[in-house]
Design a protein around this ligand. Structure first.
Ligand code: DAT
Ligand code: MG
Length: 168
C-alpha cells in the first residue's frame, strides 16, 4: 500500500502536475446536461482563470462508473448513484491551474446542495444530494487516477494560454 502511494506521488512529480500545472477531473453530471447548465458551469472555470486541457461528452459505461466510485461501493445509495450517472451523457473535463483541485472543490460547494453556499455551483444550481450536477476530484492523487480512468493520453491537449501572464 505504502509503495503504491509512493509510486503515485513520484508519478505526480515526474509528470509535472504540480504548481500551475496541477490538474483536476471535473464531470458535469447527466442532470446538468439535461437542464442545459453545461455552458454556465464551463464558464465558471474559464472565468476563474483555469486552463481547459480536455473536454468530451460521454455516455459512461457501468464498468467505468464502478471503478470511478469504487470507494463508495458499500454505501446504500451506490446503486442509485450508478443508475443516475448512466442516465445520460456526462461532460468529462480536465482543468489545470494553481491549486485547481482544492479550488474546484470550493467552487463546487458541499456534497449536499443544502449545505452548499450560494455562489457555489451546487449552491446555485441544485437541491438534492442525489442530483448534485457536478463531480470534482477530492485530492491530487484521485485527480490523477480519475484523469487516467476517463481520458487517453492523446485527449489531453498541450497549449499555451495567452492570458497566463495576466493570471499569474
Ligand atoms: P462528492 O461528489 O462531493 O465528492 P462523495 O464522493 O462523498 O461526494 O459522493 C459521490 C456522490 O455520491 C455525490 O456527489 C452524490 C452521491 N451521494 C453522496 N452521498 C449521498 C447520499 N447520502 N445520498 C445519495 N447520494 C449521495
Ligand atoms: Mg467524491
Amino acid at each position: 500500500m505504502l509503495c503504491f502511494f509512493l509510486s503515485l506521488f513520484s508519478q505526480i512529480f515526474q509528470s509535472g502536475w504540480t504548481g500551475v500545472n496541477e490538474r483536476t477531473f471535473i464531470a458535469i453530471k447527466p442532470d446538468a446536461v439535461q437542464r442545459k447548465l453545461v455552458g454556465k458551469i464551463v464558464q465558471r472555470f474559464e472565468r476563474k482563470g483555469f486552463k481547459l486541457v480536455a473536454l468530451k461528452l460521454v455516455q459512461a459505461s457501468e464498468d467505468l462508473l464502478l471503478e470511478h466510485y469504487w470507494d463508495l461501493r458499500n454505501k446504500p445509495f451506490f446503486k442509485g448513484l450508478i443508475h443516475y450517472m448512466r442516465s445520460g451523457p456526462v461532460v468529462a473535463m480536465v482543468w489545470q491551474g494553481l491549486d485547481v483541485v482544492k479550488t474546484a472543490r470550493k467552487m463546487l460547494g458541499e456534497t449536499n446542495p443544502a449545505e452548499s453556499l450560494p455562489g457555489t455551483i451546487r449552491g446555485d444550481f441544485c437541491v438534492d444530494v442525489g442530483r448534485n450536477v457536478i463531480h470534482g476530484s477530492d485530492s491530487v492523487l484521485s485527480a490523477q487516477k480519475e484523469i487516467f480512468l476517463w481520458f487517453r493520453e492523446g485527449e489531453l491537449q498541450l497549449w499555451e494560454q495567452n492570458s497566463a501572464p495576466w493570471i499569474y
